[in-house]
Design a protein around this ligand. Structure first.
Ligand code: PLP
Length: 372
């Protein structure tokens, strides 16, 4: 049985009609740049995220980069970032001229280890970027407490976690992106909410950030012919907004399907000593952008699965502090042992809303054979 890593055709079939309509309307209007659908999607997504403002940009990387710039982060500043995430998180910091300062991760959630943040803070630290990696929320309450104690901005990297929720100690649930100063989303096609190309968005309650972002994404414009800040061309395309707008009402249902698929995987792999399955910590509502397991002898296990036409990937084989691009930061192997161990062991199994129970059963059977 062939199992692709990701198959979006089921999703496409399910809402083909809505896409068609949205596309047709956008093309008829031909308002391709900052057109009607951008405004509608921004409003819808701000509502979904429980935020006052949403500003569409052209990628998740730009959402992080421009978000940091709107918080006035730049040369001489330091920004705390987990050592284990997609490299876009730290690249966005580097683009501003600030320095990313890496912190190890928690072995259970694969998110930033909150008990290691304070030791990384210096007089130059201006912000922290918790990443809700794989769709599991970072432990936001202690992060917000530390940020408030040291007067740091908090920019949530929500690229992998659309619709995930975090529970505060008073029992209140908050959607990711609504807790820090800014939430930065990617709508890269494979994400839980994905466009038909590159797209991103920031959400915030801060009107000053909102106004700055409107300029930063559009050449630093204050009016048609006046440019008051060093802005960029980073607008969300109208046709992408039309796609995203038609998909948004389905996001929670698709996340529920991912959660069901994750439960089936967990059930089937239970008791298999050689496989560590993902955890959902007490404060978390995971949305399983990635279903990441850990095994020893990863290469052999992946090859066995590949022989059975099961596609897998690795998110991510090398932590950020060991990437060549960051050689100048002078980190070395051994600095972040948990990130390094997880990077050596993790495998992402196929995960998408329309994955079938029979496919999951097949993957688990083959995984059992490969790890026994
Ligand atoms: C955690 C994380 N941050 C940022 C990004 C960057 O998003 P994009 O690819 O839309 O620039 C991604 C996605 O690739 C990501 O997974």
């Amino acid at each position: 049985m062939k199992v692709p890593f990701l198959d979006l055709s089921g999703q496409y079939k399910e809402i083909k009609k809505d896409f068609g309509l949205a596309f047709k309307e956008a093309i008829k209007r031909s308002d391709f740049i900052l057109g009607k659908d951008v405004g509608i999607f921004e409003k819808d997504f701000a509502g979904y995220s429980n935020r006052r403002f949403a500003i569409g940009v052209n990628s998740g990387t730009d959402a992080l980069f421009l978000g940091l710039k709107s918080l006035a982060i730049g040369p001489g500043d330091e920004v705390i970032v987990p050592a284990f995430t997609y490299i876009a998180t730290s690249l966005a910091v580097t683009y501003t001229g600030a320095r990313p300062v890496f912190v190890d991760i928690n072995e259970d959630s694969y998110n930033i280890a909150v008990d290691k943040i304070e030791a990384a803070i210096t007089k130059n630290t201006k912000a922290v970027i918790p990443v809700h990696l794989y769709g599991h929320p970072a432990d936001m309450q202690p992060i917000l407490e530390i940020a408030s104690k040291y007067n740091l901005k908090v920019l949530e990297d929500t690229a992998q976690a659309h619709g995930a929720r975090y529970k505060f100690s008073d029992g209140r649930w908050a959607i990711v992106g609504s807790m820090g100063d800014i939430g930065a989303f990617s709508f890269y096609p494979t994400k839980n909410l994905g466009a038909f190309g590159d797209a991103g968005m920031i959400v915030t309650d801060d009107e000053a950030v909102y106004k700055k972002m409107l300029m930063l994404r559009d050449y630093g414009r204050s009016s048609r012919y006046e440019h008051v800040t060093l802005g960029f061309n980073s607008r969300l395309d109208t046709v992408q907004a039309a796609v995203l707008r038609s998909k948004l009402p389905h996001l929670d249902k698709w996340n529920d399907s991912r959660r069901k698929n994750a439960s089936r995987y967990n059930r089937k792999l239970k008791g298999l000593g050689s496989v560590i399955t993902p955890k959902e910590l007490g404060y978390a509502r995971h949305v399983y952008h990635v279903y990441g397991i850990r095994v020893k002898e990863r290469q052999r296990v992946m090859s066995e699965l590949a022989k059975n036409e099961i596609s897998t990937l690795i998110h991510y084989p090398m932590p950020l502090h060991l990437q060549e691009v960051y050689k100048n930061l002078n980190y070395k192997k051994g600095d972040f042992p948990v990130a390094e161990r997880v990077a050596e062991e993790v495998i992402s199994l196929p995960m998408y809303p329309h994955l079938k129970p029979a496919q999951i059963n097949f993957i688990c059977d083959k995984l059992k054979e490969a790890t026994k």
